[in-house]
Each structure stands twice: as structure tokens, then as C-alpha cells.
Design a protein around this ligand. Structure first.
Ligand code: ZN
Length: 135
């Protein structure tokens, strides 16, 4: 069962997104929350996740909470984590698979962080040693 459940695209997604623009900055947690609410209003159902910070180094998300250390308070990190919340990634450990990558790149284009989803998908396909798979 290991192969189906491993989050085996995570490293490829991380490498790919290093080349993305950061987008707008949201320096404070309330500003992050405002952006989360705006995205959630459009694409989510039920209550939006709550932005918080517990002092770690990495952003992290569940359906209900998004942890945002200061260096991650930019549009692209928020959209990454919001995508996890939208997809209830705490229930599915293959959090960075094709469904994730497709929704993430869609939102990046929708909010103007990137200008072409197709271009970014093509860049994702070039990742080594693994390419990023999209739907
Ligand atoms: Zn992630």
C-alpha cells in the first residue's frame, strides 16, 4: 500500500515552486486572514481556516488552521496552504499530488501571481529527478 499513500510528488512540487514569484506580501496574521477569507469566499465551503503562527519555520495547513511563520506570509505560500485546506489534506497524506498541483497552479493564475498556468505546468514537467504531475 506504500506507493499509493506516499506523498511522492512533494519534493518535485517544492523544487518547482521555488521558481515562482512570491506575489503580494501579507506581513501580519490579520492580513493573511483577510486574504484567506477572500479566497475561501470564492472557492471554499463552510468556515474558512484560521490563520495563526506557532513559531515554526514552515507553513502548514489543515482544513481548519493555517500556520504561517513570518517568512511565508506571501501570496504564493498562502495559496499553497489554502489549496491544502480546500482539499482537506489532513485526511489524505498524498497532499501534493496532481489534484493539488492543478488547483494550486489554477489559483496562482487566478490571483495574478503567475501570468500563465500553462507556462508553469511546462516548467513543472521539466523538474528533475521527477516531474510535477498535474491533472
Ligand atoms: Zn504543502
Amino acid at each position: 500500500m506504500g506507493t499509493l499513500l506516499r506523498d511522492n510528488q512533494r519534493a518535485a512540487v517544492y523544487r518547482w515552486e521555488r521558481g515562482l514569484p512570491d506575489g503580494r506580501a501579507f506581513p501580519t496574521i490579520p492580513e493573511c486572514q483577510t486574504f484567506i477569507d477572500e479566497v475561501w469566499e470564492e472557492w471554499g465551503t463552510g468556515s474558512p481556516p484560521t490563520a495563526r503562527t506557532i513559531g515554526g519555520y514552515r507553513a502548514w495547513a489543515s482544513r481548519w488552521e493555517i500556520d504561517l511563520p513570518e517568512p511565508t506570509r506571501f501570496e504564493r505560500y498562502l495559496l499553497h496552504e489554502i489549496t491544502h485546506s480546500l482539499q482537506h489534506c489532513d485526511l489524505d497524506i498524498t497532499c501534493h499530488g496532481p489534484t493539488f498541483a492543478s488547483m494550486y497552479v489554477f489559483l496562482l493564475e487566478e490571483y495574478g501571481v503567475i501570468t500563465s498556468a500553462q507556462h508553469e505546468k511546462e516548467r513543472g514537467y521539466l523538474q528533475r529527478p521527477r516531474k510535477v504531475r498535474f491533472l
